[in-house]
Design a protein around this ligand. Structure first.
Ligand SMILES: [Zn+2]
Length: 405
C-alpha cells in the first residue's frame, strides 16, 4: 500500500517535471537541456530523462544550432530543443451570442486557420449546443483541408459560471438549462477530448500569453460584451475559485434590490452596464417601438440625445465604482479592459477614471495602470486554443506515465 503510494508520488513528480520542461521550452522557443536545468534549478540528469520522454512522445524535437554561448566554443553545434508543432492540431472555440468563432492551431500555437459561423439563436438546448459545436468544427477543419479526426483537443469558451475541471456549466447565457454536464454530450459528437472554460478566463489567458498581460504576475482582465466578465491572474496563475464560480464581476451587487439581472438576481453590476441592460434602459426611456442596439444608443448619444447620454453616463459611474472595488480587493499591477473596438469607450472616459480614483482606498502610491485592449472574437478563440494546448499537454504527459507503468 505504502509502496504503491510512493510510486504514484514518484510518477506525479515525473509528470510535474515533464510539464515544467515543456512549459519552459514553450516560453523560450528553443533551448538547450543544460539551460533548462539551470532555469528550473534541477539536475541535468533529471532534465535528460524528462526530455527523452517528451521526445519519445513526439511532443518536442531536437534541432542543431550554432551556439553563441560564451561558455561553449564558438561555432560548435549545440543541440537545442523545440516544440514539435506538427504533433497536435488543437481547436479554440468562442461561443458568443451571434456567432461561433473557431481558431485551429498547431502544438506550437501557430494559427492554421480561423473560421466564424453565425448563430440563429443565442440560447441553445445542451444537446443542440453540442451538435452546433460539432458542425462548426467540421466546417472549420474542412476549410483548412483537415478533418475532425485530426484534432487532439477542443477548448470551448462560453459566458457564465463554469467548473472548468469538470466541464460542468452551473449557468450560461448560451444554454437554455442550468446545471449541465457537457462532457457526455460533447464526447458523443466529438472524436477528441473537449474542455469548457469561462470565456473571460480565456481572454486572461490570451492576454497573459500574447497580449498586454505578458510578463505580469498579478493582473485582472475585465471583458465587456453582452455581459461583464473578469479573469484573475495571481502569481502568474489563473484564479477560478473553489467551485469554478469565482471572478463573477458582472454579478457584483451594486444596488440593494436593484435592477433585474439575466442571472435571475437583482442589483448586479451587469444589470446596469451590460449591453442588454443599456438597451433595456434606453428602450423604456425612449418609449421606442423599434428594437434598439448598443450601436444605436452610442450613435444617439453622439448626436446629443440627452437620455442616451444619461444611460451611458450612469453605466460608466457604476462601472467605475466596480473597478475601484476590484483595485481595493486585489491591488493588481494592472487592469486590462477588453472588448470590441469602439463599443465601450464610455466605460473608460475621464469621468469614469475619476470615479475609479475616488473609490480606491487612498494611499501615497500610484494607482494600478488601467489599459484598454480592443479585441474581436478571434482573440477570445485564441485564448481558448492556448488553454486547449495546455490541457492536451497535460493529457499527453499523463499518457506517457500510464505507458511507463
Ligand atoms: Zn447577475
Amino acid at each position: 500500500m505504502l509502496k504503491s503510494k510512493a510510486s504514484s508520488n514518484a510518477t506525479d513528480q515525473r509528470n510535474v517535471t515533464r510539464l515544467r520542461v515543456l512549459e519552459k521550452i514553450r516560453a523560450t522557443g528553443t533551448i538547450s537541456r543544460i539551460d533548462i536545468a539551470s532555469a528550473l534549478e534541477t539536475s541535468p540528469a533529471t532534465i535528460t530523462t524528462a526530455t527523452a520522454d517528451l521526445l519519445s512522445a513526439g511532443l518536442i524535437e531536437e534541432i542543431e544550432s550554432e551556439t553563441s554561448s560564451k561558455s561553449a566554443r564558438r561555432g560548435r553545434p549545440r543541440v537545442q530543443l523545440k516544440l514539435n508543432g506538427a504533433s497536435h492540431l488543437i481547436a479554440g472555440v468562442k461561443v458568443a451570442r451571434q456567432q461561433v468563432s473557431v481558431i485551429l492551431v498547431d502544438f506550437e500555437g501557430t494559427e492554421i486557420t480561423s473560421y466564424t459561423h453565425p448563430l440563429d439563436q443565442a440560447r441553445m438546448a445542451p444537446d443542440a449546443f453540442a451538435k452546433k459545436i460539432r458542425a462548426v468544427l467540421d466546417q472549420a477543419c474542412a476549410s483548412a483541408n483537415r478533418s475532425l479526426a485530426d484534432l487532439s483537443g477542443v477548448c470551448i469558451g462560453i459566458a457564465g459560471l463554469i467548473d472548468a475541471n469538470q466541464n460542468f456549466v452551473h449557468w450560461s447565457s448560451s444554454l437554455t438549462e442550468r446545471n449541465v454536464d457537457l462532457s457526455p454530450l460533447l464526447s458523443e459528437v466529438l472524436p477528441c477530448p473537449a474542455f469548457i472554460e469561462n470565456d473571460a478566463n480565456l481572454v486572461a489567458k490570451a492576454e497573459q500569453l500574447f497580449g498586454l498581460g505578458k510578463g505580469l504576475k498579478n493582473f485582472l482582465v475585465v471583458t465587456i460584451e453582452h455581459g461583464i466578465g473578469l479573469g484573475i491572474v495571481l502569481d502568474g496563475k489563473l484564479y477560478r475559485g473553489e467551485r469554478g464560480c469565482g471572478a463573477e464581476f458582472g454579478h457584483l451587487k451594486v444596488q440593494l434590490d436593484g435592477a433585474l439581472c439575466q442571472c435571475g438576481q437583482r442589483g448586479c453590476l451587469e444589470a446596469y452596464v451590460g449591453e442588454y441592460a443599456l438597451i433595456r434602459e434606453a428602450t423604456i426611456a425612449s418609449e421606442a417601438t423599434d428594437p434598439r442596439t448598443l450601436v444605436d444608443i452610442l450613435a444617439a448619444a453622439k448626436a446629443g440625445d440627452a437620455r442616451s447620454i444619461s444611460v451611458l453616463a450612469r453605466a460608466g459611474q457604476m462601472f467605475g465604482m466596480g473597478v475601484s472595488n476590484l483595485i481595493n480587493l486585489f491591488d493588481p499591477e494592472c487592469i486590462i479592459l477588453s472588448g470590441a473596438r469602439g463599443r465601450f469607450d464610455y466605460l473608460h472616459s475621464d469621468e469614469v477614471m475619476a470615479r475609479v480614483q475616488n473609490g480606491v482606498v487612498s494611499v501615497d502610491a500610484p494607482l494600478p495602470e488601467i489599459k484598454v485592449n480592443h479585441w474581436g472574437d478571434s482573440m477570445w478563440a485564441k485564448g481558448a486554443a492556448a488553454y486547449g494546448i495546455e490541457q492536451v499537454s497535460i493529457l499527453k504527459v499523463r499518457e506517457l506515465a500510464a505507458h511507463a507503468n
